[in-house]
Design a protein. Structure first.
Length: 95
């Protein structure tokens, strides 16, 4: 069984400043805190926007992602979960 999520679809012609990274997590989650640090650094470097969503405040997000948090979406599509690789995230944003 593989724990790698499906790859984020690259959108040709879009630069990082036009991309949105979404962190889905919950308060008190140390992996979520680690993921946020990586996302903040990568987005600051690339110019991409990012947002944070709390699964404890959204029933639909909770049902879909509670076993995988933190989950990272790029332009609304799942990019990764549990751990965020900065190089892989930069690559997804460069597409």
């Amino acid at each position: 069984m593989s724990f790698l999520p499906r790859r984020t679809k690259r959108q040709p012609g879009r630069n990082a400043a036009e991309r949105m990274v979404t962190l889905i997590g919950k308060p008190g989650c140390h992996l979520c805190d680690d993921a946020q640090e990586v996302i903040e650094a990568v987005c600051a470097e690339t110019g991409a926007a990012w947002e944070k969503k709390d699964i404890t405040q959204d029933e639909a997000l909770y049902k879909e992602y509670w076993e995988q948090i933190p989950v990272v979406l790029v332009d609304g599509e799942q990019h990764t979960f549990w751990r965020v690789d900065p190089g892989r995230l930069k690559g997804a944003l460069a597409g």
